[in-house]
Design a protein around this ligand. Structure first.
Ligand SMILES: Nc1ncnc2c1ncn2[C@@H]1O[C@H](COP(=O)(O)OP(=O)(O)OP(=O)(O)O)[C@@H](O)[C@H]1O
Ligand SMILES: [Mg+2]
Length: 337
C-alpha cells in the first residue's frame, strides 16, 4: 500500500536581494525555490536531480527546517510542519534528518567521532540516556560498517567514504523515518560512491527509511530511486517512476540531461541522439516569463513565453494520476524511448 510520508505543495523560498551596505534596500529576490510540489511515500526513495543552482539544497533545508519557506506547505504524515513550533516541532524534526554533501567540511574536526555521532542526543536525551550513549554510538558505527573501536578518533583520521559513513551514522542516531540526503556522494571518488549508495540502500531496508536523495545527475540516483523528480530553475519540471523517467523522458530538459548520461550498451548508444543545450541557466533573480526552460528549449513556441505549463499528466497518458503517475510541465510534452 502506498502511504505518503511527506507531501510538499506550493513550496517557495525567495531570498531578498539587497543593495547598499548601510540601508540594505531590497531591490529584488532570488527565487531559489518557486512553487515545488511532490510526495514522498513511505519506504521509497525519491531522487531529485538538476543543475547547480536550481534549488535542490534549498528544498532539502526546508524539509529539515533549516530554512523557513516563504510560502507553501510541507506535510509530515498529514500535518503541516511549517506551522509548528516549540515541542511539537522538535518532535517532528527528530523524524526527518539530513545527510550533507561534503564529508570533509560537515564534520567538526575538533570533535571525536563518538561525540559527532552522539551530538543529536544532546537535543533529544530521551532517545539515549547518558549511560547508554556510548553503546548506542558503537552500535551505529557497526551498522554503517565502521569499527566501533574508532569511537575516539577524529574526522581527519578517516577517508572520504568513511567520513560519509560517519555522517550517515549521525543522521541515523535519532532513528528518523525520513532521511534527506543532499548530494551525499558527490564529493566522493567514483569507486567509493557505489559503496556509500549500497550502504544507504541496505540501511533503508533495515530501518524502514524513506529517502529524498539529491544529486546533480541522473546516473547517480538511478540505482537507488523508486521515483525521480527533475528540477530546473526553482521548479519541478518532470516527476515519475524511475522506469518512466529513464525509459520515456517527456520533458525536453530531462531528455537533454539523459542524453548526457553514458550508455553502456553500444547498440542503444548508436540509436540515441546527443542533445546539447545551448546558453546558460538564467539567473533566479530574473526568471523568464512563461516556461522557464524556453530560453534553452528547441521546441519553444510563442505560447511558452506567455503561459507557464503546469506540472501535470501529459495527455498521451490519458489515464489517472496517483503515485504511479508521470507528471511533466511542458506544453509540447512528447516521450522519447
Ligand atoms: N542564503 C541565500 N541567500 C541568497 N541566495 C541564496 C541563498 N541560498 C541559496 N541561494 C541561491 O538560491 C539558488 C538555489 O540554490 P541551491 O543551493 O538551493 O541550489 P542547488 O540546486 O543545491 O545547487 P548545487 O547543485 O550547486 O548545490 C542559487 O541561485 C543560490 O545562489
Ligand atoms: Mg546544493
Amino acid at each position: 500500500m502506498v502511504e505518503p510520508i511527506l507531501e510538499v505543495s506550493g513550496l517557495v523560498k525567495h531570498y531578498p536581494l539587497t543593495q547598499g551596505i548601510l540601508l540594505r534596500k531590497q531591490v529584488g529576490a532570488v527565487r531559489a525555490v518557486d512553487g515545488v510540489d511532490f510526495t514522498l511515500n513511505k519506504g521509497e526513495t525519491l531522487g531529485i536531480v538538476g543543475e547547480s543552482g536550481c534549488g535542490k539544497s534549498t528544498v532539502a533545508k526546508m524539509l529539515v527546517n533549516l530554512e523557513r519557506p516563504t510560502a507553501g506547505s510541507i506535510k509530515y504524515k498529514g500535518e503541516d510542519i511549517t506551522k509548528l513550533s516549540g515541542r511539537a516541532l522538535k518532535a517532528v524534526r527528530r523524524n526527518i534528518q539530513m545527510v550533507f554533501q561534503d564529508p570533509y567540511t560537515s564534520l567538526n574536526p575538533r570533535m571525536t567521532v563518538g561525540d559527532i555521532i552522539g551530538e543529536p542526543y544532546d537535543i533529544h536525551p530521551e532517545v539515549a540516556p547518558k549511560g547508554d550513549r556510548r553503546r548506542k554510538v558503537r552500535d551505529l558505527l557497526d551498522v554503517v560498517g565502521l569499527n566501533p573501536e574508532y569511537i575516539n578518533r577524529y574526522p581527519h583520521q578517516f577517508s572520504g567514504g568513511q567520513r560519509q559513513r560517519i555522517g550517515i551514522a549521525r543522521g541515523l542516531a535519532l532513528r528518523p523515518e525520513v532521511i534527506v540526503a543532499d548530494e551525499p556522494v558527490s564529493a566522493l571518488d567514483v569507486s567509493v560512491q557505489a559503496q556509500v549508495i549500497n550502504l544507504m540502500d541496505r540501511l533503508q531496508n533495515e530501518f524502514d527509511l524513506s529517502y529524498v536523495f539529491i544529486a546533480h545527475d541522473l546516473s547517480i540516483v538511478r540505482h537507488i530511486s523508486d521515483r525521480v523528480g527533475v528540477m530546473y530553475l526553482g521548479r519541478m519540471v518532470e516527476i515519475g517512476r524511475d522506469t518512466e523517467i529513464y525509459d520515456h523522458p517527456t520533458h525536453p530538459y530531462t531528455q537533454a540531461l539523459l542524453s548526457a548520461v553514458p550508455v553502456p550498451d553500444p547498440e542503444a548508444r548508436e540509436h540515441r541522439e546527443r542533445i546539447i543545450l545551448t546558453g546558460d541557466v538564467p539567473s533566479p533573480t530574473n526568471v523568464p516569463s512563461g516556461c522557464r526552460f524556453r530560453t534553452r528549449c528547441w521546441k519553444a513556441q510563442e505560447r511558452c513565453a506567455l503561459e507557464a505549463p503546469p506540472l501535470a499528466v501529459p495527455s498521451r497518458f490519458g489515464e489517472a494520476s496517483g503515485p504511479e503517475a508521470h507528471d511533466c510541465a511542458c506544453h509540447f510534452a512528447e516521450a522519447v524511448s
